[in-house]
Design a protein around this ligand. Structure first.
Ligand SMILES: [Zn+2]
Length: 126
């Protein structure tokens, strides 16, 4: 069996679904769900993740660092990968791969291998 983990939703046990109702009469209780797959690795469903965030989100943001000024995506870091069929002939769907700067619109050619390499970038910072 795969590892079952408890949902971290603070109110998971209060939702009245048949799968949460466990035990035998007269000791049946609604219980926190256990799953092998959890949303974000922690929650049985979106409602439970939202319950958690509503209760702990502000504390978590304060703990890990609140953003207090706008972040800036500069020209140096605005390169994204794309492709099109600009040089292909009918019946030949060879792709043309390129970087495009989302601020300046400058394009630079890429090889297919560079396109597929998720670590390959020409961005220079965050
Ligand atoms: Zn849950």
């Amino acid at each position: 069996m795969s590892d079952l983990k408890y949902c971290q939703g603070p109110d998971c046990h209060t939702y009245h679904t048949q799968d949460r109702l466990k035990g035998t009469k007269p000791n049946k209780t609604y219980q926190t769900r256990r799953r092998s797959y959890l949303l974000f690795g922690e929650f049985c469903d979106r409602r439970c993740s939202e319950d958690w965030f509503r209760k702990y989100g502000t504390q978590a943001v304060n703990h890990f660092g609140r953003l207090t000024e706008a972040k800036h995506l500069t020209e140096q870091n605005a390169w994204t990968k794309d492709y099109d069929w600009r040089n292909s002939t009918p019946g030949n769907d060879e792709r043309y791969y390129y970087f495009i700067n989302t601020i300046t619109r400058e394009q630079r050619p890429l090889t297919e291998a560079q396109y597929n390499d998720t670590n390959y970038t020409i961005n220079t910072g965050e």
